[in-house]
Design a protein around this ligand. Structure first.
Ligand code: GLU
Length: 293
């Protein structure tokens, strides 16, 4: 059997807080229990929000916490060629189409549709209305010829023909046992796969890099649970393996019950400055995570 590979994949667009510490420590705990390796990935594709000083501060916080990462973290900002290659594969199969709609245009199209049908446009799992597919109905060459910034969206209908369901992944528990979870990627509609201002999206980058790093076990918060449905589809379309998943409760959800209200989002640096030790952090998140699934 191959050795399990776990990863912690923070975005350096702010200081790490207790919620991050919980996720990192859960990865470390499960990796140790299952005899796995633990790798770090710096998710810095958003160059407008991710800053070098925040990367350095993040690495410092993780070292202070005593995280047993393997050397040489993967930086997503070095990986744009790999994302471009993956997008090109999808595009070559007719699974992506260009979209120039602004937020305003999408909101107007949604409002017009709702007025015409008298029914709300379905929402994606993040609560945003599904893209009304205005650009899907157009000739891609004509869309590109407008010369406006372009996002590339997944043609969900074509994607589900190319990779028919049912879609599923396996959730793993503490002992390493698996339970099947049904995935419904269609609830994301024609999701943006390559953003206008960044030559990838979180969804594309995460599936490409989980495969590149040989990740077998993904441990992350329930805020990303619904995204897994889309990731499973992208893995199928790109011939990438689907890791096992586990989505843990968010410390901020538990904060009201187990921690002082604001503590879940208090930067680790502030706690350090106030005299907390790594063991205090471990104890606090252990308490907050009790009852996590
Ligand atoms: N970079 C994401 C975050 O910090 C996590 C991505 C993932 O675990 O898949 O929320």
């Amino acid at each position: 059997m191959t050795q399990p590979v776990f990863r912690f994949a923070p975005s350096p667009n702010g200081r790490l807080h207790l919620g991050h510490a919980y996720s990192a420590l859960e990865n470390a705990r499960l990796a140790a229990d299952l005899g796995g390796r633990l790798v770090l990935r710096i998710e810095d594709i958003d160059t407008t929000r991710c800053r070098e000083d925040l990367v350095a501060a993040m690495l410092d916080d993780l070292a202070w916490l005593g995280m047993p990462f393997e050397p040489a973290p993967l930086r997503q900002s070095t990986r744009f060629p790999a994302y471009a290659a993956a997008a090109a594969r999808l595009r070559a199969r007719g699974l992506l189409y260009p979209c120039i709609c602004s937020r305003r245009e999408i909101a107007d199209a949604v409002a017009a549709r709702e007025a015409a049908t008298g029914a709300p446009v379905p929402r994606d799992p993040d609560g945003a209305p599904l893209y009304p597919r205005s650009c899907r109905a157009r000739d891609p060459a004509a869309v590109l010829a407008e010369g406006r910034p372009v996002a590339w969206r997944l043609a969900m209908d074509a994607a589900l023909v190319a990779a028919p369901g049912p879609h599923a992944y396996a959730r793993f528990d503490d002992g390493g046992a698996h339970a099947p979870v049904v995935a419904d990627p269609a609830r994301w509609g024609d999701a943006v796969i390559v953003r206008k201002e960044i030559a990838t999206s979180y969804h594309l980058a995460v599936v490409v890099d989980d495969a590149a790093q040989g990740v077998t076990h993904v441990v992350r918060g329930t805020d990303l649970e619904a995204a897994t449905d889309l990731h499973v589809l992208l893995q199928r379309l790109l011939d990438l393996p689907t890791p096992l998943y586990r989505h843990h409760r968010l410390v901020r959800d538990a904060a009201g019950e187990k921690l002082a209200k604001s503590l879940g989002s208090t930067p680790l640096a502030e706690l350090r400055a106030a005299g907390w030790t790594p063991e205090d952090v471990r104890a606090a998140v252990r308490d907050a995570g009790a009852g996590a699934r």
